[in-house]
Design a binder for this molecule. Structure first.
Ligand code: KG4
Ligand code: ZN
Length: 324
């Protein structure tokens, strides 16, 4: 079995996955949403301290499996340096204590494999990753053949929901809160501009939209917030749909997936489903519980890396805040 650890942002999670069957034997996650909610976003130092408390607690429950472990895997990039370190230090200690190899997993590859928990992977696949840290489109042929074809030039899709929620004093994470508020709102009430709509670039940008929403919020009454939320969600999604349409002219996929925490967004799912129907492409989604950060997806990648003996030495394995 492989034990995997995730601590790249504000979720402390550990999973144990059986190598031969891909079965998830154990998975536990402690989220820090309540603690960060008062600040309207993740406070890195607070997150690191909470990981230092939560990870050892979860590890206690894994003790019965220690004898069966063949490797330990951990998210080593990208993410917040101070929180990644908490997971990596724990993984190194386990590697030394149990004398098993260590595997450093890329968090973004983890989100891709969240589609395949306890399943065989299906490639080639075009993947839209929408999370708090990323908005990007990737062409995935295999574990080590992943090409990013579009990414955000500034804020991410999920982050813009978090920031809009903060402007409205709704709490954190903003995605589900804005989605809920938008349900009863008028999507056409505020005529925000679709980002980069005149640009031929296949890229994303959310900072301009965020600022337009800020101006609207400043002028609005609280009773208008639902319409602002609905109009914002509509334009944030329309931006992705426009850019995907442009990209599909060059490369129409047979299989298309949405992954990452913000892939839980129902309006985005609905609009992408409509778009894919025009091209006869199939939509793949992760189970809702594996959309947001978790250790099961890190364990699923680790299975593939274990087979290929993609181990790191303890000295080599370093945390890296940016994706490499
Ligand atoms: O993948 P994830 O758990 O963490 C990162 O790797 O960033 O994604 C968290 C992000 C947050 O920004 C959160 O607001 C967003 O996903 N999110 C949503 C929804 N649920 C979560 N955004 C839009 N709509 C949602 N329903
Ligand atoms: Zn993530």
């Amino acid at each position: 079995m492989i034990l995997s650890i995730e601590s790249s942002c504000d979720d402390s999670a550990i999973a144990i996955t059986e190598i031969a069957t891909k079965k998830l034997i154990f998975h536990k996650k402690i989220s820090q949403e309540i603690e960060h909610s008062v600040y309207g976003g993740v406070v890195p130092e607070l997150a690191a301290r909470l990981h230092a408390e939560a990870l050892p607690k979860i590890l206690e429950d894994c003790k019965p499996y220690f004898k069966t472990l063949k490797a330990v895997a951990v998210t080593s990039s990208p993410g917040l340096t101070v929180t990644l370190i908490e997971g990596v230090v724990m993984a190194k200690a386990i590697s030394i204590a149990l004398n098993i190899p260590i595997i450093g997993v890329n968090h973004l590859v983890g989100h891709i494999y969240s589609l395949f928990i306890e399943k065989e992977a299906i490639f080639p696949l075009t993947v839209l990753l929408v999370s708090g840290g990323h908005t990007q489109v990737m062409e995935v042929k295999s574990l080590d053949n992943i090409k990013t074809v579009a990414k955000s030039m500034d804020d991410s899709f999920g982050e813009s929901f978090d920031k809009v929620a903060k402007m409205m004093h709704l709490g954190y994470p903003g995605g589900p809160l804005i989605q809920e508020l938008a349900k009863d709102g008028d999507r056409k009430k505020y005529n925000f501009t679709v980002p980069l709509h005149q640009s031929p670039l296949i890229a994303f940008s959310y900072s301009g939209l965020k600022n337009s929403v800020r101006l609207a919020v400043e002028k609005a009454e609280e009773s208008d917030y639902k319409d602002i939320a609905a109009s914002f969600e509509h334009i944030a999604t329309a931006h992705i749909i426009q850019k995907l349409k442009r990209y599909f002219k060059e490369a129409t996929p047979k299989n298309f997936a949405i992954v990452g925490g913000a892939s839980a967004n129902l309006y985005l799912r609905e609009q992408i489903e409509k778009l894919l129907a025009l091209y006869g492409a199939k939509l793949l989604l992760s189970e809702l519980k594996y959309c947001s950060d978790n250790a099961a997806m890190i364990g699923r990648v680790a299975l593939e890396m274990y087979k290929k003996e993609m181990f790191s030495s303890l000295d080599e394995l370093k945390v890296c805040p940016k994706s490499v």
